[in-house]
Structures are given as C-alpha cells and as structure tokens.
Design a protein around this ligand. Structure first.
Ligand code: SF4
Ligand code: SF4
Length: 379
C-alpha cells in the first residue's frame, strides 16, 4: 500500500518544539541505548525517520511517542546532537493537538501569548464571578461557607468536571480512532478491551514504564505529584462538604492530614519539576516549552494558596481567608480548564491509554494471525 508523504511535516513540528533532527544520520544509537525501546516499537529512531521522510499518518497512527518517558539517554549519546528525546516530546505535543478536535490544543501549544492570555482571562472571570455572586462577608469571624457556600462550589465543580470530561473523552475517542481503527487492519474484539482494562488503571496509577528508566528519581517525583493531584481531585469532587468546612478540627483529624498530604505532595512535585527546569539538572530539563512551566506554576500557586486559606482560617482572619480563597480558585480553575483537555495535563491520560491501545492492538494482531494460520492449515 502506498504511503502519503508530507514534506511540510518537519516545519509543522518546529512550531511545537525545538527539533534539530535534520542532523540525524540514522545510526540507530538512540534506539540501542533506549531502556524502553523494543523490537516491536523501535523508537526513537523510527519516529525520527518518519519525521525526516514526512510520514505524518504513520506517526498519527502510532502510540510510540507516548511510550517514551524522556529519560534523555538517547539525546545524551546521539553523535549528531539531533536531540531525539526532545523530538519525542515535540511529537507528544503535536499529537495532543491532533487528537484535540477543538483546535485549542494547537493554539495553546503554538502560541505562548494565547496560552497565557487564556489563563489570565479564565482567572479574571473567576474573580469577577466571586465579586458578583459571593455570599455575605462575615467579618467578625471566619465563615468561608457563608462567603462561598460549599454546596454551590461543589455543584460548579461537577459542572466543570462534566465539561472537561466531555472534551477529554472526545479527544480520547479520536486517539482511539487514529491508533486502533487506522493503525491496524486487525479487528479488535470488545472482550480484549475489557480483559485488558486493568492495564489502563494500573499504568495511570503507577506509571510503571517510567520506573524502567535507569534514573529512578524523576519517576518517584512524578509519582508523588500524581498522588497529590489525585488525592486533591478526590477531595474536591467527592468529599468537598467534608473538606471545605468552617469547623476547626483537632490536629489528629484525618481531614487535616489528607489535605496536608495532598498539598505537600503537590508543592514538592511541582517545585521539583520547576527547580529541575530552572537549573537544567537533567537532560529532560534542557528544553522547556511554555506549557512545561505553566502547568507546574499553576499547580504550585494553587497548592500554596490552598494552604494559606487553611492557615488564615485557623488564625481567624476572615478577609484574608476570603481573598486568598478567591485567588486559589482563580489559579485552580484555569489549571483545570486549559491544561486538562488541551495542554500538559492531557499526557497523564494519553500515556496509559497508549500502553492500553498498544496492548489490545498487539493481542488482536496475534489472534488474527492465529486464526489465519488455523484457516490455512484446515484448507
Ligand atoms: S538521532 Fe542521533 S543517535 Fe538517533 S539515529 Fe539519529 S544520529 Fe543516530
Ligand atoms: S528519552 Fe529515554 S525513553 Fe525516550 S526515547 Fe530517549 S532513551 Fe528512550
């Protein structure tokens, strides 16, 4: 079957990241040193070749760029300094934009101004909503649930979660279409999706592939960050009336410790990511796109303002509590609205999905080959 070649692919990718891969002379060293590459998925060299030749559809139909965890070994040993690790990162940004049907992913990744303006506009809208709709401001004591009734905030959380899930899931449907429907001729039976579904949950929680990189610290940091994020999400979506309360609980109360854990994990994880990028500690930190900064910055501000709300409430400072609460939400809402379906956060969903799709695709191909062998031996 003939393949369509897009000579403009490299230039298109350069809008998404710094990819000097014209320098690559295809020695294969990067794939040889990659701890995650296999005979079936010989990245990063295969992807670099695809970019050089312009095989856009091959990249779109492949999960390979998501199987790389950016340890940087390939870039560190590339004799031509073609930055194969950064090329995989760039492909992941490009793929995020390809999966996103709204076009916002492309806009945010290719225009730093639009990404920053969108965050600022969303933050201002949150502040304006509070100015117009906030409840009575009790100043004699802290009454956060009078200023921002918890039932109303909880309802808005669910409305936002529903909208974001809609955008994310429709993008996931497109990812499935590209990788499974277009990426293989084999029919994938429904039962395979069901029996392999555990892969999705397991890889989302553990990011096990990341642990196979030689250096374990980035995986541990990432794990801590994700655990804080997921804990905070559970608190906000399912336990908000228990979490946002005007009651002052004693120090040993689980409400305090769950909140402390989530906040400390977020501050540590986001802080480590930002410090690494600032100091360019590892190979993976040498190139930083705006989205690599913006997501952890919003997370960090969200976590710090969250702990300040808690502190001011315990110190009995009503106006400071209400003000910092509004600032807290004005950071958390854009972090979710901009980054979950269209930006950096999406990789948390796409990586385990890519592993899952890859697995069901491989099993479906094996099953089909077995059936064909049986049919031909019976003929
Ligand atoms: S990216 Fe570097 S290591 Fe990989 S094939 Fe090209 S020249 Fe060789
Ligand atoms: S960055 Fe690491 S995991 Fe990714 S392709 Fe290079 S060597 Fe492999």
């Amino acid at each position: 079957m003939s393949k369509r070649v897009d000579p403009g692919l490299l230039n298109e990718l350069k809008q998404f990241g710094d990819v000097p891969i014209e320098a690559c002379f295809n020695c294969g060293n990067c794939t040889a040193v990659c701890p995650l590459s296999t005979d079936e998925t010989p990245f990063p060299r295969n992807n670099i070749r695809r970019i050089q030749v312009g095989l856009k559809e091959d990249i779109l139909h492949s999960p390979d760029p998501w199987l790389c965890y950016y340890c940087g070994d390939c870039s560190a040993t590339c004799p031509r300094e073609a930055e194969p690790a950064e090329a995989q990162m760039t492909l992941r940004r490009w793929l995020t934009a390809q999966y996103d049907w709204t076009g916002l992913g492309r806009l945010f990744y290719t225009s730093p101004a639009w990404e920053v303006i969108s965050v600022l506009i969303t933050a201002v809208l949150v502040v304006l909503a509070f100015i117009v709709f906030h409840g009575p401001m009790v100043t004699g004591q802290v009454e956060l649930n009078t200023f921002a009734p918890v039932d109303m905030i909880h309802l808005l959380d669910w409305v936002m979660a529903g909208l974001l899930s809609f955008f994310l899931l429709t993008n996931v449907a497109r990812m499935h279409h590209f990788i499974i429907r277009k990426g293989t001729d084999a029919q994938v039976p429904l039962v395979l999706y069901i029996t392999e579904a555990w892969q999705l949950a397991y890889n989302f929680v553990t990011q096990e592939r990341f642990s196979k990189c030689d250096e374990k610290r980035p995986w541990i940091n990432h794990l801590i960050l994700v655990s804080g994020y997921v804990t905070m999400l559970v608190l906000i979506l399912f336990l908000l009336p228990w979490f946002q309360t005007d009651n002052i609980y004693p120090f040993w109360h689980p409400q305090r410790w769950v909140g402390y854990y989530a906040t400390i994990a977020l501050i540590y994880g986001a802080g480590a990511a930002l410090w690494g990028r600032f100091k360019k500690i590892r190979q993976m930190h040498r190139f930083s796109h705006l989205s690599d900064w913006l997501f952890p910055i919003l997370l960090l501000i969200g976590a710090v303002t969250g702990i300040l709300v808690h502190l001011f409430r315990y110190l009995g400072l009503p106006l400071a509590t209400y003000t910092i609460y509004v600032i807290h939400l004005s950071m958390m809402v854009p972090m979710l609205v901009i980054e979950v379906p269209f930006g950096k956060w999406a990789h948390l969903a796409y990586r385990p999905l890519a592993i899952y799709f890859q697995r069901v695709k491989e099993l479906a191909v094996e099953q089909q080959a077995r059936k064909e062998r049986l049919a031909s031996s019976g003929a």
